[in-house]
Design a protein around this ligand. Structure first.
Ligand SMILES: NC(=O)c1ccc[n+]([C@@H]2O[C@H](COP(=O)([O-])OP(=O)(O)OC[C@H]3O[C@@H](n4cnc5c(N)ncnc54)[C@H](OP(=O)(O)O)[C@@H]3O)[C@@H](O)[C@H]2O)c1
Length: 249
């Protein structure tokens, strides 16, 4: 059987770790040509080599996902290398422990620049290309922390609430041109995310041990692969996936 995403080009941001790394492998496994981006060039190269060794096609562009110049360069390079743009996984992002009172205020601006403004620039620029082509998938990573705002990470949750709103707005703007915009809202996924966000045993792990086995990046990647492999008239536009034992958020 022909691979489901054969001849399609997919950009994956935040591909150097976690959900982005797993999603790049999953989409490449389905036949997509993948363009990988994040700040750590060495990790991107390692992943590209792995995908090529498995028979896939991969390119890398390192840069900051909160920087509009990098985003424009990423899209220009992708068009130059592969001549098309079919799937964009807007995944690069980070957490921040605490709520409005307890989170580190010095990180608020950089958090919004990456999680909201950079993501929105990429969604807008990708959608402009896809509307011209009358096809495409934009998949944005929200979070259950933006679905149910919790005091563990309320300020971070506000960025994910915002991205879900931006994705739904864009979906309504472009669905008539056969472009699908999807929000994926995972529960707890074990990755580098927890350390980067500043979660500790006391403020995080202690509370979630009762959830049992948490999600892996592969679990989320498989859902993204499923969403973008649907026939053009079918759109799973918003998905929440949690570890089975996670009651909240
Ligand atoms: N893990 C969870 O529990 C969870 C749950 C719900 C939603 N999410 C969301 O899922 C997405 C991926 O999370 P993850 O769990 O895979 O986290 P992760 O393992 O920490 O990976 C984050 C990725 O984002 C990249 N990144 C971070 N800052 C960047 C920047 N300024 N510019 C470019 N790339 C940057 C990192 O690469 P470099 O460091 O190399 O730049 C890395 O590739 C995030 O948007 C996160 O909010 C995670």
């Amino acid at each position: 059987m022909e691979p489901l995403l054969l001849n399609k080009t997919a950009i994956i941001t935040g591909a150097s770790a976690g959900i982005g790394w797993a999603t790049a492998c999953e989409l490449a496994r389905h036949g997509a040509r993948v363009v990988l981006t994040a700040r750590r060039a060495d990790r991107l190269m390692e992943l590209a080599e792995k995908i090529k060794a498995d028979g896939g096609q991969a390119w890398t562009v390192s840069g900051d996902a909160g920087d509009k110049t990098h985003i424009d360069h990423l899209l220009a390079q992708t068009m130059q290398w592969t001549g098309r743009l079919d799937i964009v996984v807007v995944n690069a992002g980070r957490g921040l422990a605490g709520g409005v009172l307890t989170s580190d205020e010095t990180q608020w601006e950089s958090l919004y620049k990456l999680n909201v403004l950079g993501a929105a620039h990429l969604m807008r620029a990708s959608a402009q290309i896809m509307v011209e082509n009358k096809s495409g998938d934009i998949v944005a990573l929200g979070s259950v922390a933006g679905h149910n705002i919790s005091p563990y990470s309320g300020f971070y949750g506000s960025t994910k609430w915002a991205i879900a709103a931006i994705a739904e707005s864009l979906r309504r703007e472009v669905c008539g041109q056969a472009v699908r915009v999807t929000t994926i809202k995972p529960g707890i996924v074990e990755s580098e995310f927890q350390a980067v966000a500043g979660y500790t045993y006391e403020n995080f792990t202690k509370s979630i041990v009762r959830f049992g086995k948490v999600l892996t990046p592969d679990d989320v990647a498989k859902v993204i692969g499923y969403v973008v492999s649907q026939p053009p008239h079918v759109h799973l536009n918003e998905l929440v996936l949690r570890p089975t034992g996670q009651d909240y958020p």
